[in-house]
Ligand binder design. Sequence first.
Ligand code: PAF
Length: 284
Amino acid sequence: MKVVRSAVALQKLLLPLKKKGLRIGFVPTMGALHEGHLSLVRRCRQACDVTVVSIFVNPLQFGPKEDLKKYPRNTTRDIRLLERARADILYLPDEKTFYPPGFQTTVRVSVLSEPLCGRTRPTHFAGVTTVVARLLGIVRPDLLILGQKDFQQYQVVRRMIMDLEWPVKLVMAPIVREKDGLAMSSRNVRLSKTERLEAPKIYRALRLVRQAALKGERSAAQLKKILKRALSAIAGARVDYAEIVDAESLLPVVKLLPNRTYLAAAAVFFSDARLIDNMLLRVK
Ligand code: PAF
């Protein structure tokens, strides 16, 4: 795997590959890699000739009181994991070169950035879309892969790509879970032992919602109640949100209608570690 630190070096590496007509896939990350990220790399390898991964802890997507400083970083381990997963190129910029002095552009998707995580993290998605826009401008991939765990991020980036008519195909990869159901996340390492034992209950709460929907519950208010009640019962957890929304608009719904896709979504704090998870719901 080639490791490059500058946009120019990366483009020099990619240009001849693109000229040969090779299909370039891109997996952006903030490092602290786990099996979830590696599943994106494998998926990318299946679909593309060249897999580019980036590691960049993007300061723009952290609010002033959020965990930028505490965000886990372990580049040596990440490189080893990416080599094992057979990524071809790692783009590893540092903050100064990635956002050079004078950088002042923001890319913001308005409506989709506001509900769910946007309520607690009002500047988060503008930070995400700005960094993804810049990364896409540098890498210019044919395929971009994002994980379902950050479903709102996926929808926001999807909207940005559509609005700006960028020639990149966006693919969403499924959530990868620990054996006990906890969605893999770089933030899981920040859970205490007892919090780690409680955290899988977020997934169980989402499953209760799915079961209720499968049994015929169509009222979004009832499903939300089920989700909220189950999340509130988790010891040491503070519920940030529990919502049932339309999976495309991310807006609240009243009733689940047949053949439409909905999202049960949750964000829960354990101490100051904020975990998110979600489940797609589709009723016949
Ligand atoms: O999902 C993430 O890890 C980040 O939000 C992303 C897409 C790499 C942008 O910094």
